[in-house]
Ligand binder design. Structure first.
Ligand code: NAD
Ligand code: LMR
Length: 330
């Protein structure tokens, strides 16, 4: 039996967690032979609701679930964590942009970044779902003194899967035929789903879908606005699909990426990066996981003038968000 991996999930009584926790406990995220301990963090008023989720986890009798800690104390929740999945934060309502949440949610990631640095394993990985996830991740990273900056991630997998589903529907193929789909930039209405480098059944997507107007217009807009469309339809933001994307991201990060493919995740941009992105933002880029557990940004993709403009716009938004939280990142 392997040593259990400790996964901390914040916002554990919330909607996303209600889908996510059971799938983590079943072994779907870290593997069918990997026991997990779930450390669940909530705010005090939601502890009773969290107890209901804990009872349901108990009632599943998952063979791989090696322990559950439910708490409102970050120091307890992050103790010895291998993975910190930061879901807990307020979702937006219809008519809001995700960045409108910064003034409410941003400060949560100061305290949690500090608590992670003080309590989690020095090798822990931190994955932010709570919106606006890129800049919340930046805040957590800046406040987690001593932890490697490259261990901080934010989620654009949901956008990638949305983009794949849209391309598949247009091309009349199954979504599993869509590969090499990258979301660039911010998990926001400026994100750029890069159809120019995507493939459909191994062929360039632009050879299979020749409707350039659709690709440059409706396709991009649909992916950018999908979160808002779900809020409008459901009256609540995406939850099961967000949990699925969170699970898929961690799965992608812990398993080597199939040859020739890549996936989308937001990570810190560094000096001398391959695409001339501004340094020091948490930006979605084409990423591959390596056999040793590290990751690399895919270099050498052709970025045409249209893509360049879109990527610059989303990076500009990330720079502006960074400016807005300058008081939280020291
Ligand atoms: P929710 O309101 O159902 O649940 C959030 C939970 O977080 C609540 O139970 C709340 O009590 C808890 N919480 C708030 N502050 C906390 C804190 N300081 N510590 C611990 N717990 C805290 O919301 P949800 O639908 O689960 O969504 C959670 C977040 O995920 C939202 O910000 C939402 O916008 C975001 N989201 C991101 C993506 C993405 O693709 N990145 C997708 C969907 C949702
Ligand atoms: C999403 O993309 O579904 C989430 O970020 C929720 C939202 O606010 O749109």
């Amino acid at each position: 039996m392997k040593t259990p991996v400790t996964v901390t999930v914040t916002g554990a009584a919330g909607n996303i967690a209600y889908s996510l926790l059971f799938r983590i406990a079943s072994g779907e995220m870290l593997g069918a032979d990997q026991p997990v301990i779930l450390n669940l963090l909530e705010i005090t008023p939601c502890l009773e609701k969290l107890q209901g989720t804990v009872m349901e986890l108990d009632d599943c009798a998952f063979p791989l679930l090696a322990g559950i800690v439910a708490t409102d104390e970050p120091a307890v929740a992050f103790k010895n964590a291998d993975w910190c999945m930061l879901v807990g934060s307020v979702p937006r309502k219809a008519g809001m942009e995700r960045k409108d949440l910064l003034s409410i949610n941003g400060k949560v990631f100061v305290g949690q970044g500090q608590a992670i640095a003080a309590n989690a394993k020095p090798t822990c990985k931190v994955f932010v779902v709570g919106n606006p996830c890129n800049t919340n991740c930046l805040i957590a990273m800046h406040n987690a003194t001593g932890l490697p900056k490259e261990n901080f991630f934010a989620m654009t997998m949901l956008d990638e899967l949305r983009a794949k589903s849209q391309l598949a529907a247009k091309a009349g193929v199954h979504s599993s035929e869509i590969t090499n789909m990258c979301i660039w930039g911010n998990h926001s209405a400026t994100q750029y789903p890069d159809f120019t480098n995507a493939k459909i059944a191994g062929k360039p997507a632009t050879q299979v879908i020749t409707d350039e107007e659709w690709l440059k217009g409706e396709f991009i807009a649909t992916v950018q606005q999908r979160g808002a469309a779900i809020i409008k339809a459901r009256g609540l933001s995406s939850a099961a699909s967000a949990a699925n994307a969170a699970l898929m991201t961690v799965k992608q990060l812990v398993n080597p990426t199939p040859e020739g493919d890549w996936f989308s995740v937001c990570t810190i941009t560094v000096e001398g990066n391959a695409y001339g992105l501004p340094v020091g933002i948490i930006c979605s880029q084409p990423t591959r996981s390596n056999a040793d557990g590290s990751y690399s940004i895919v270099e050498g993709l052709v970025i045409d003038a249209f893509s360049k403009e879109k990527i610059a716009a989303t990076c500009d938004e990330l720079l502006a968000e960074r400016c807005d939280v300058s008081n939280l990142i020291g």
